[in-house]
Write a protein that binds this ligand. Sequence first.
Ligand code: URA
Ligand code: SF4
Length: 251
Amino acid sequence: MTEETTYYGLIGDLCNYLEYQRDEGVQRLEVDRSVIEALAKEESEATIAEAVEVEAAPIPENIGSLEAIVSHVSACANCELCQERTNTVPGEGNAELPDILFIGEGPSAEEDAQGRPFVGKAGKLLEKMIEAMGYDRSDVFITNVVKCRPTNNRKPMREEMDACLPYLRQQIDLIKPKLIVGLGGTAMEGLLGKPVGITRMRGVWQEYAGIKLMPTFHPSYLLRDPSKKKDAWADLKLVLAELGKEPPARK
Ligand code: URA
Ligand code: SF4
């Protein structure tokens, strides 16, 4: 493990922890000055990967087909996230009027390595959630707000999400899902363009691109706090009800 990984990995964990605290309703945090100084020192010592020169061409308004979107994304340099990705992760699944489109935050290590969304631990849980609803992973479409991995699992920044959203908008126009499920506060923030408290917003219908959008917890959050699974399940049942369906009997 390099210095850089250790440092940014730590920051990633810290962000996750703080997010968790926020979702738990913690509003104030006491931080020792020595911690802030140590973090600042580490940063200046961390190796920052050399920036790759890229030419940012604007994303065309009407790319036309899902295949063309995939190839545009693979050559995209519209935001900083292009610089350290291994593979772009455009999304996959049933692209012909699926009942549900799931939208996550952005690829992490496993997704970046494979070029496929939700194939790591969080993906396994998402698959279970989909199956509990009576679907197969291949029945729905799965993608993310950003198509390239933010280094060391940091959250994508608002500018990066804004830069990437034209792809998602066009995917939605082509796929025409009946409903959308937004996974986690960051994905919801990207979609709605404003900060979101997922604990309060989950379970309450929103709208994106003229389609009903159900916010729920991100599977990574559910892995950290399994006690929240019942809330997520309540949200998914609302989605099923909206589709006129009932969850299948538990096996
Ligand atoms: N988390 C996400 O938000 N998206 C993925 O594709 C994987 C993990
Ligand atoms: Fe392009 Fe989206 Fe990747 Fe940024 S995250 S480089 S906008 S595909």
